[in-house]
Design a binder for this molecule. Structure first.
Ligand code: SAM
Length: 291
């Protein structure tokens, strides 16, 4: 999987991927990252990448020409040309196979974009190449979005000074979902926003499992040694070695945490009959506390 990052601040990425899981994924070539300086695609003495907005108003806007040139240097044409190339390739080949351009997603990082979610990260992890365009100032000339971008992506409802942090977030969240990156140490399926039990392909058949697939819920709380800390004990259930009971306890905690912190997620979550019952009991318990 290859990420191409287009930015006016390439130095931002120095060191950012040199830790932990990402460092290993890069070293093992499961992931590679290219950082491209937009100023390298300018032709004036001042290497100008921005200009004043048409219509007046505050700030500057990233010019379209350096971005278009940078994209062309990566073999990326405007969407209409990509579509036409794909159609003619499909016509001339009786058994169409995905072309390299069909395996590339061009993404504009933008506060106005669709919210970046774990489901989106899972989808992007199946793509060969992801191109991330980092805006600055007031943003990027809209024609770049219209002509080249498959997706406009926001990492949250707040405004950053540039798309670089957002690009790093996307690289991190997507990379760890690429097969082999997490290794045996963990599985994306058992984390917050993970898939439901039914979709888990790596189930340890016959081996007692103490985790549920998150099914769109938040993760449960984690504890490690010491068993006593700051006057608080680790919940007794986690110490008794009964995997079934641990699973049930963790599921209840997932439901409690999701209800408390992200009740909106419950609407799209995959819930079993037992989950529904537990949730009802938790709701009644909190209503009782309020009375
Ligand atoms: N004028 C823009 C607006 O109000 O939506 C904000 C521009 S922001 C100061 C500069 C750049 O930061 C954007 O072009 C975008 O690339 C990036 N950016 C800011 N907030 C972001 C977010 N929530 N998600 C992704 N990128 C963001």
């Amino acid at each position: 999987m290859r990420f191409e990052i287009l930015t006016i601040f390439p130095g931002f990425f120095a060191g950012i991927f040199e830790n932990g899981i990402l460092r290993r994924a890069l070293a093992e070539e499961l992931v590679s990252v290219g950082v491209h300086d937009l100023r390298a695609f300018t032709h004036d003495r001042h290497r100008t990448v921005d200009d004043r907005p048409f219509g007046g108003g505050e700030g500057m806007v990233l010019k379209p020409e350096p971005l278009a040139e940078a994209l062309a240097s990566l073999g990326i044409q405007p969407k209409a040309e990509r579509r036409a190339a794909l159609q003619s390739a499909e016509k001339s080949s009786p058994a169409p196979s995905p072309t390299p351009t069909g395996q590339t997603r061009v993404i504009l990082l933008s506060a106005q974009g669709r919210p970046f979610t774990q489901a989106m990260a899972r989808e992007l992890a199946t793509v060969e190449r992801v191109v991330l365009i980092c805006g600055r100032y007031e943003g990027v000339d809209e024609r770049i979005n219209q002509l080249y971008c498959d997706l406009e992506l926001s990492i949250g409802d707040y405004v950053l000074s540039g798309g670089e942090l957002a690009a790093a977030v996307v690289v991190d969240a997507v990379s760890r979902l690429i097969p082999g990156v997490l290794g045996n140490e963990a599985s994306g399926e058992f984390e917050s926003f993970g898939v439901a039990d039914a979709e888990i392909t790596s189930a340890d058949d016959g081996v007692p499992r103490s985790q549920h697939g998150a099914g769109g819920l938040l993760d449960y709380p984690h504890f490690t040694r010491p068993a006593e800390f700051g006057g608080l004990s680790v919940p007794a259930t986690l110490l008794n070695g009964d995997h079934k009971e641990i699973r049930r306890w963790r599921r209840e905690q997932q439901l409690r945490k999701t209800l408390a912190n992200r009740p909106d997620l419950l609407e799209g979550a995959v819930l079993s009959k037992e989950d529904e019952k537990l949730l009802e009991a938790i709701r009644e318990e909190s209503a009782g506390k309020l009375r």
